[in-house]
Design a protein around this ligand. Sequence first.
Ligand code: NAD
Ligand code: IPM
Ligand code: MN
Length: 352
Amino acid sequence: MKTYRIASVPGDGIGVDVTVEARKVLDRAAGKFGFSLSWTEFDWSCERYTRTGSMMPDDGVEQLSAFDAILLGAVGFPGVPDHVSLWGLLIPVRRAFAQYVNLRPVRLLPGTTSVLAGRKAEELEMVIVRENSEGEYSAIGGRHNTGQPSEFVLQESVFTRVGVERIIRYAFELARTREGRVCSATKSNGLIHSMPFWDEIFAEVAAEFPEVHSEQCHVDALAARMVQAPERLDVVVASNLFGDILSDLAAAITGGLGMAPSGNINPSGEHPSMFEAVHGSAPDIAGQGIANPVAQILAAAMMLEHLGETVAAQAIRAAVDRTLGDRTAVTPDLGGTATTARLGSVVADQLA
Ligand code: NAD
Ligand code: IPM
Ligand code: MN
């Protein structure tokens, strides 16, 4: 029997609650589909930071490199500044493992209560291909003239030819397996160096894929289009920051942050990929047992897909769809009264 070694990093807040449920569903799927999962759990978190002064050990990345995949809950909690916690765990892992693709698929799920819930499911199915290793997320810059009236900060962006080209090419290759349309999020009217460069490389790569329809759209207008005409979108390729913002919006129109999964993908397979929900640690509802675990369960399904367990992944998605039709099984964000644990258990039972 095939055994996969999985690192689980539940992290902070509801990351812990939803990861328990994703593991419940994965273990059930493993039993049913004839593979096994060997779990190792890491307590890396803000709580660890408070205790030891670091989010993860110095050799944290090295420890993770031994695994076939990583399931991450969420990172960040009040008490530790966000830039400290995130740059101490999530962002270094994405970069060390060259997880340069952040894949964020959304589709309209049954039982959703979003503003666009009246749409047909086939009108609302897209994937955001977010650049995940450079761009606006940069530690280059600094604070100057501190305390003076002329005080200012500089926050640099870094867009490399290699980095931009590979994410755009990934988007086109993915589009070929879907509806064959790519829309690039740009902002070359406001950003005079980075985005014209992005657009130039987009046009170059687009020329290699004549069978794929390509267009670019300023990110502000794209946000509006995502709400008003989502049926015109298939693959959306975006820089790190634009992709971050658009993916919360895409989650919102398909039922909320509790529903949207994400994969930090290392396409070469040289390093492990990492799967997590799009949402964060939700301190406002942490520890109350009401977080929606669907996003994390769907992220776990993406992980199985990535490992080659396609049938099991599809079965989990189908189990989620069946569960969401049952109002007694869903959490308060979807208008129900179920707990996190109940929703997880119902999805696991639906697999059987
Ligand atoms: P958030 O996604 O944690 O929460 C935003 C809102 O959505 C909150 O009202 C929350 O209750 C709700 N929500 C989120 N997930 C939900 C779920 N599964 N079920 C029901 N409701 C849900 O975003 P935030 O408040 O901006 O961030 C909180 C912390 O998480 C910060 O420290 C932030 O930096 C961190 N964060 C981490 C990740 C990550 O680890 N990948 C992602 C986003 C935010
Ligand atoms: C996400 C999160 C992270 C990001 C933060 C917490 C650094 O918002 O995974 O979407 O922006 O990448
Ligand atoms: Mn985000």
